[in-house]
Design a protein around this ligand. Structure first.
Ligand SMILES: NC(=O)c1ccc[n+]([C@@H]2O[C@H](COP(=O)([O-])OP(=O)(O)OC[C@H]3O[C@@H](n4cnc5c(N)ncnc54)[C@H](O)[C@@H]3O)[C@@H](O)[C@H]2O)c1
Length: 265
């Protein structure tokens, strides 16, 4: 018996990186999946990969900053699978910018995806979950998992707007958990630097600001990890799996650092 047998899970930002690895992990654990991404081709191709393994999967090309995307994502999931047990709000964006150079457009870009878009996805997911019976008696009717960051726990050089948006995710998580318990659990994950395309972008922007060699920002981060290796998307997917299972049913309102010990709070 797999840990997510019969579970319907919706994952945003599922086209690549952490979201794609969460999708693959959930697929091996027996979940039915709805993969959502701004880049429709990426989720179409991941869905094809997973269907080859016999997974039931729907792909949706949606921009979560558009007001109707959240409700559309949930209604399409219900149309296809009848319910939403787990919602992983993973889609996120970053721009590395010095504090004094950050523009209104930079600020809005990050807030609109990471905080505002995420909030309305949480809201749409919770409305559906509160309208359905639990997957089995005595369990929550749904579980929401939000992707924050260790940058949401402590401010970062060149990352003010991003850090602020990820701190908002922690507050949305706590506020949502307070109002939606005991029916729906809401938790978040705070990864450290993970080896994905997002970090390729961060390294390129960071090193160009500091005029330092390409790769040096990433190497510096990895050298500071107490667990002495780079973090992988699989490390994050393992926590996303736990937070989707029955084993975490009593946990809500928490934000877990998955960072190899970078932040010890
Ligand atoms: N990589 C890291 O080091 C790291 C660390 C901490 C937190 N995070 C967070 O984890 C999440 C995933 O990060 P990643 O490294 O896999 O990033 P990534 O850039 O590799 O992937 C993000 C995915 O989100 C999608 N996306 C972006 N905007 C969207 C929108 N408006 N609507 C729908 N989809 C959208 C992108 O198309 C992409 O497929 C993000 O929320 C990120 O902030 C990443």
């Amino acid at each position: 018996m797999h840990g997510l047998e019969g579970v319907v899970a919706v994952i945003t930002g599922a086209g690549r990186g952490i979201g794609a690895h969460i999708a693959r992990r959930y697929a091996t654990e027996g979940a039915q999946l709805v993969l959502v991404d701004l880049d429709e081709h990426s989720v179409i191709s991941l869905a094809a990969e997973l269907r080859e393994l016999g997974v039931d999967v729907l792909s949706l090309g949606l921009d979560i900053t558009q007001l109707d995307a959240a409700s559309m994502m949930i209604s399409e999931s219900v149309k296809q699978f009848g319910r939403v047990d787990v919602l992983v709000n993973n889609a996120g964006v970053i721009r590395v910018k010095p504090f004094l150079d950050t523009t209104e457009e930079d600020w809005d870009y990050m807030q609109n995806v990471n905080a505002k878009g995420l909030f309305f996805c949480v809201q749409a997911g919770a409305k559906q979950m509160l309208n359905q019976e639990p997957i089995s008696e005595g369990r929550p009717v749904g579980k929401i998992i939000n992707m924050s960051s260790i940058a949401g726990r402590s401010g970062r050089k060149f990352m003010c707007a991003y850090s602020a948006s990820k701190a908002a995710v922690i507050m949305i998580t706590q506020s949502g958990a307070s109002e939606l318990s005991p029916k729906v659990t809401v938790n978040s994950i705070c990864p450290g630097p993970v080896d994905t395309d997002m970090w390729v972008q961060i390294d390129a922007e960071w090193t160009s600001i500091e005029n330092s060699p390409r790769g040096s920002a990433w190497n510096q981060r990895v050298q500071g990890v107490p667990m002495a290796r780079a973090q992988t998307p699989e490390d994050v997917a393992a926590m996303a799996y736990f937070l989707a299972t029955k084993d975490s049913d009593f946990i809500t309102g928490q934000s877990y650092h998955v960072d190899g010990g970078v932040l010890m709070l």
